[in-house]
Design a protein around this ligand. Structure first.
Ligand code: NAP
Length: 248
């Protein structure tokens, strides 16, 4: 057996730890978007495969027997390519996918299907907007240049942003409720735009918005082809034919 983990998330890092402890032969793959990705306890490769065809070639060449898609829920292209490449090579595929956030009492969510709809949901009058969506996804917001945007990235931007009024915060987290409440107060945030990533690592901003009574324009996850999905690392180990307790 030789597994490929499509990674780039904290869940994928935890899975890599579990596989390393269980001595499962596996390769960890990063997309290469982050300048200094975290080290992994598994052999690691970085960068795209060259579409679904490139991934299929890689699976054959590296004799991969199992693929675990542990990418971010919004990494839709990679996930679609994994479905296609695994179908083409008859390689078993499973997705490790955390549950989306659910609206809690006190939340003021405006739920939208995509970034374009999020832009349309912004107010006409100038507001201070916390855009917690990643730097590759800012361009649609240029259609509403009247707002003061606060953006938070893992790495410093490598060029000018498409927004005329943007305050950049560079931080890898972890983010806390207290920290995000303080940030939103300091920046006089009126609206938060977020993608429904789920998980704990990014939810402080959602909790902070609830505490401050701020509306959150919540972008739904992209639709993906049907594939087996699990939410817990132990379920991936079981799928790989390994008892999680043996590797603990
Ligand atoms: P994407 O739009 O679905 O992927 C674009 C292309 O990047 C893919 O077609 C693939 O290139 C390459 N790629 C993506 N993930 C890869 C991986 N793990 N290994 C090798 N190649 C990969 O993905 P994205 O949204 O840009 O995300 C890129 C990476 O950042 C992913 O690993 C994801 O887990 C992580 N990440 C994303 C977000 C997010 O908000 N989207 C947040 C946190 C972490 P080829 O077609 O050339 O193979």
């Amino acid at each position: 057996m030789r597994a490929l983990i499509l990674g780039g998330t904290s869940d994928a890092s935890r899975l890599a730890d579990a596989l390393a402890r269980a001595r499962i032969d596996a390769v960890y793959s990063y997309g290469g978007r982050t300048q200094a990705p975290s080290g992994q306890p598994l052999p690691t490769r970085i960068g795209g495969f060259g579409g679904a065809g490139g991934l299929a070639d890689y699976l054959r060449h590296e004799r991969i027997t199992h693929v675990v898609d542990a990418t971010h829920p919004f990494a839709a292209e990679m996930s679609r390519n994994a479905v296609a490449a695994c179908a083409a090579t008859a390689t078993p595929l499973i997705a490790l996918e955390r549950a989306p956030w659910r609206k809690a009492p006190g939340d003021r969510w405006i739920e939208v299907p995509d970034a374009t709809a999020a832009v349309a949901a912004l107010p006409e009058a100038r507001s201070s907007i916390f855009l917690a969506i990643g730097r590759q996804h800012l361009a649609p917001f240029a259609a509403r240049p009247q707002h003061a945007y606060t953006v938070r990235f893992v790495d410093p931007p490598d060029g000018p942003l498409p927004l005329p009024d943007a305050h950049v915060i560079v931080s890898r987290g972890p983010f806390t409720l207290e920290g995000d409440v303080a940030l939103m107060r300091a920046r006089s945030i009126g609206h938060v735009v977020a993608r429904n990533a789920g998980g704990d690592g990014a939810r402080a901003k959602i909790d902070a918005a609830r505490e401050l009574g701020l509306p959150v324009i919540m972008i739904a996850r992209p639709e993906l082809p049907e594939r087996p999905r699990v939410v817990r690392i132990e379920e991936v180990l079981a799928w790989l034919g390994h008892d999680a307790r043996l590797g603990a």
